[in-house]
Design a protein around this ligand. Sequence first.
Ligand SMILES: [Zn+2]
Ligand SMILES: [Zn+2]
Length: 76
Amino acid sequence: MDICSMENCNKPIKAKQLCSMHHQRMLRHGDPMTVRPRKEKIKATCKWVSCTKDAATKGYCAKHYYIQRVMASNKG
Ligand SMILES: [Zn+2]
Ligand SMILES: [Zn+2]
């Protein structure tokens, strides 16, 4: 009996040279190696001009969130 064409896989072929598990992955992801699609975390940086720190609160880093809050409250 033929076995799955994937490396390190000794399961019997179900379809297209792949075992049922790898064939399922092929159908689902278009790639038998893919277990699940990667979700990339979108890293936001501070909205403050020329600040490259990671955004912590409402699009600002901790320091600039504090500053813009103080400025906003001063406007009246
Ligand atoms: Zn396999
Ligand atoms: Zn900042």
